[in-house]
Ligand binder design. Structure first.
Ligand SMILES: [Zn+2]
Length: 108
């Protein structure tokens, strides 16, 4: 019977068979595959413990970096893009509101 990867399903909404990871030991230390969920959790925990500071946002952790400190990657590019688009839209809206007021003032 096939076991399904529930953790993957929760993250992505997709199903894939659960991968069995063999236990390897080197010099008495457990070695993990890079995509082993146990290993990924360990990495995440480690990144969470590393705190850095951003001039605009304050303290952030490496597991959840702020918008100014995202590493490269497609998903992060998308996040950056939507962030700067939001700023631009807000600026445009403020500019439009300002010119509208000026128009009203000059017509009066
Ligand atoms: Zn920041």
């Amino acid at each position: 019977m096939v076991k399904w990867d529930k953790e993957y399903h929760e993250r992505t909404g997709k199903w894939r068979p659960l991968k069995e990871y063999s236990q390897k030991f080197v010099n008495g230390k457990r070695k993990y595959n890079w995509d082993d969920p146990v290993y990924q959790k360990k990495v995440h925990k480690h990144l969470e413990s590393i705190q850095k500071e951003c001039d605009s946002c304050g303290v952030y952790t490496l597991s959840n970096p702020c918008i100014h400190h995202l590493p490269d990657g497609y998903q992060n590019d998308m996040r950056r893009k939507s962030y700067y688009k939001k700023i631009k839209d807000e600026r445009n809206a403020a500019y439009l509101a300002q010119t509208e007021q000026q128009d009203l003032a000059s017509n009066a």
